[in-house]
Design a protein around this ligand. Structure first.
Ligand SMILES: Cc1ncc(C[n+]2csc(CCOP(=O)(O)OP(=O)(O)O)c2C)c(N)n1
Ligand SMILES: [Mg+2]
Length: 599
């Protein structure tokens, strides 16, 4: 127990969160964290507690809240199984470089090593940290009350500096109640005034500008470092100034408005032809905050997404571990991308570079030709009027219905690939998805965090039927906290992305990838619209493409949680200009265009 003027461990953590201006904590109770919840109770007017029905939902909400606001929040979970539901959302945040503080309860210090209820004890005492070590930036485990102030401030600083990521603060039961400090650490001393906006080495900047000015076929490739580094407007200035077309990885979509003449779209196995074909022919590729994963890079097979070398790669990233991970670099620069972009713009000023002086016309004309060819190739899919709805048409209708300020949070699956191809995000946060860990449920739950982050903007989740069924508890959370989001359940009666792989790589040997009724053999799913209604949410079913956009508009207009069960075809994959290899099973073929071979 604490002396009168002393704060206990739980109070210090909550007070610190309040000082860091955290508006929400998301979590689920258990005996291991009731004292933390008690500390939240005392501060309910300063910080709002959202209680969810599955711990991963809390993590996905915290994750997307950050992606929209740039403000990290926190989660709370109990000891044992409660926190054992966290690795999936911690990993998701970690591999997409998104910070949140996970406060996990543990057994009392006096019971360490005794195998008390819910202790992880077979290899080491109170060993929850081992279970998440690979999935977060750092774990802190204070074992005395007076260790809490140091742990909480260090945890926060670790989380937000350098390459951001989630951090776990694992707190034994008694430490929440033990005397900790008379005062909480002050963010202005420990985290708020630290800048990691480091610039690149000035010689490297000059060399980058030399290379870009000399290039005949330059391309800029942007990833999520540009989005979450708030570098979008500097990117636009540089692209326009040097007349360089901009392609993006899936995580970078929206960093450049899709309707900008210099925007090429997506480079990926399922990327747009003009983006892949320009990127793989580039003589100089400036990669900003992007990590060249297999889906972006067509499994690193040369000539589909990239041809490095001979393309000369300039790779800029805050994390030097990502530079030269997968491709050799002509120039690798460790820097914050926004600072780097400003350095390049200043260098262009210094050299008085005029856009008109750059001989880019031939290159930009070539690219216009690629774009035209791609547009003609995909044109038919916008018209198809079948039931079930053609997926290309579905993505297009959803995109059409969204106002410019809408936030679309996608789940993981074939629907995400269709959305990446046929949505036209105009802001850096218009289309949110998970590209690192890719856990089903990210979009089903994350949309709730988006709406809390941006209450005045329409927030829509497009999610697979598989993922929605897995995380249907979100319906209750939306009702309990009146969070007016729209779910479009992309109902194709299957784990369709995986069934597509069985069809593409395994000669159609299908097992365990679709949902069927045992008696009729017909496709089976629960009636998701009726499920929503049972939870107290309006739910509608849509079979025709022509009705989908109206349904999305109507859902947004209700200003209440809303679910659309959309019957969408599963028998096709979005064709792209790249490929994907599943080692041992083979490679897919590009749906459009050929492999580029550098002379
Ligand atoms: C939690 C989790 N389990 C399994 C997977 C593997 N997986 C990736 S996509 C997918 C199918 C998803 O099905 P659905 O939600 O219906 O989306 P669809 O592909 O049909 O659009 C699966 C099982 C995963 N990414 N996450
Ligand atoms: Mg599905």
């Amino acid at each position: 127990m604490t002396a009168d003027n002393e704060l206990n461990g739980g109070q210090v953590i909550v007070d610190y969160l309040v000082r860091e201006k955290v508006p929400y904590v998301f979590g689920l109770c258990g005996h291991g964290n009731i004292s933390f919840i008690d500390a939240l109770y005392e501060r309910s007017s300063d910080i709002k507690t959202i209680s969810v029905h599955h711990e991963s939902v809390a993590g996905f909400m915290a994750d997307v809240y950050y992606r929209i606001t740039g403000q990290p929040t926190a989660t709370f979970t109990s000891c044992g199984p409660g926190s054992a539901n966290m690795p999936i959302c911690l990993a998701n945040a970690f591999f997409d470089s998104v910070p949140f503080l996970a406060v996990t309860g543990n057994v009392p210090t006096g019971q360490f090593n005794r195998g008390a209820f819910q202790e992880t004890y077979r290899h080491y005492q109170a060993d929850f940290p081992s279970t998440v070590r690979a999935y977060c930036k750092r774990v802190f485990q204070p074992t005395r009350g007076d260790m809490v102030p140091l742990a909480v401030r260090q945890a926060w600083k670790t989380m937000v500096t350098g390459r951001p990521g989630p951090v776990v603060l694992d707190v034994p039961f008694d430490i929440f109640k033990e005397a900790a400090a008379t005062e909480t650490p002050r963010p202005e001393e420990w985290s708020a005034n630290i800048s990691c906006r480091c610039g690149a080495d000035p010689e490297g900047v000059a060399k980058a500008v030399d290379m870009l000015l000399a290039a005949k076929r330059p391309v800029i490739l942007v990833g999520q470092g540009v989005k979450y580094g708030a570098a979008a407007s500097d990117l636009l200035r540089l692209a326009e100034r040097l007349q360089i077309p901009v392609a993006c990885s899936a995580s970078g979509m929206g960093a450049m408005p899709s309707d900008h003449p210099l925007a090429l779209g997506l480079v990926a196995r399922n990327g747009h032809y003009q983006a892949n074909h320009a990127a793989r022919q580039a003589d100089v590729l400036l990669a900003l905050g992007v990590r060249f994963d297999d889906r972006t890079s067509s499994s690193w097979l040369p000539g589909y997404s990239f041809t490095i070398p001979p393309t000369q790669l300039i790779h800029v990233d805050i994390d030097p571990d990502e530079i030269a991970r997968n491709y050799p670099v002509a120039l690798g620069l460790m820097a914050d991308v926004r600072t780097f972009l400003r350095q390049v713009l200043a260098e262009a000023d210094r050299r008085s570079v005029k856009p008109g002086a750059l001989a880019r016309k031939a290159w930009l004309d070539d690219i216009a030709g690629y774009r035209k060819a791609w547009d003609a190739f995909v044109a038919r899919g916008f018209q198809v009027d079948t039931t079930p709805i053609h997926p290309q048409r579905a993505a297009h209708e959803i995109d059409k219905a969204l106002p410019e300020d809408a936030i679309l949070v996608s789940d993981i699956g074939i629907h995400h690939n269709w959305l990446l191809q046929y949505c036209n995000p105009r802001r850096p946060d218009s289309l949110v998805g998970s590209m690192g860990f890719g856990p089903m449920g990210f979009g089903v739950a994350g949309v709730l965090g988006a709406k809390l982050a941006a209450p005045d903007r329409p927030c829509v989740s497009v999610c697979g039927d598989g993922a929605f069924f897995m995380h249907a508890s979100v319906l209750g959370t939306a009702v309990e906290y009146n969070i007016p989001v729209v779910w479009v359940v992309w109902n194709n009666y299957a784990y369709a992305s995986i069934r597509g792989l069985q069809r593409g790589y395994l000669e159609g040997r299908e097992l365990a990838t679709d949902f069927r009724h045992p008696e009729t053999g017909k496709p089976y799913n629960p009636d998701f619209a009726a499920m929503a209604r049972a939870a107290g949410i309006e739910g509608v079913s849509v079979d025709r493409a022509a009705d989908l956009a109206d349904a999305v508009r109507a859902g947004i207009a209700t200003g209440r949680p809303y679910l659309i069960d959309a019957n969408i075809g599963a028998d096709m994959n979005p064709g792209g200009a790249g490929v994907w290899e599943l080692p041992g099973l083979g490679q897919s073929k590009p749906a459009f265009g050929d492999r580029f071979r550098a002379c």
